[in-house]
Design a protein around this ligand. Sequence first.
Ligand code: CO
Length: 166
Amino acid sequence: MFKIAKYPNPVLRKTAKLVGDFNDDLKKLADNMAKVMYEDDGIGLAAPQVSKSLRLIVVGLGYGEYKTYVNPDITFFSKEKTTTDEGCLSLPKIFANVIRPKKIHIKYYNLDGELQKEKLKGMDAVILQHEVDHLNGILFIDRAEKINQGQEILDSLKKQLDDKAK
Ligand code: CO
């Protein structure tokens, strides 16, 4: 079983690589990611969060079911914004308000390598934006306009990172 990479693990800051092979290993990886996500009560998970620097996302659909987004590309962001109290399995016990576009269009591949297009809004649009950020080394705390919970935890994690850089 995978372990979730926690901030400030450097894998979370890498730009993930495009998936090239739509093979059984990819399906197995997605399936294992979904298991870890459900185990930790997450609603979405990006491959860098299990230390695999690949452009692969799973999103929970409930009851153990999940949807996979491979090499996702957000092609449209609405001007209209929405504010959500976001959290992340890589930053446990930290919650913050993030302002994001309310609607997006996304292109991606399914596990069979077929190109898909979707229009998303509301929570689905927020989750996908949060997960695509992970593929680009961006965390929700980078976009947070207000930390709602866990400021002290975040301060001590950031201090760990600063101490390491010294
Ligand atoms: Co996250």
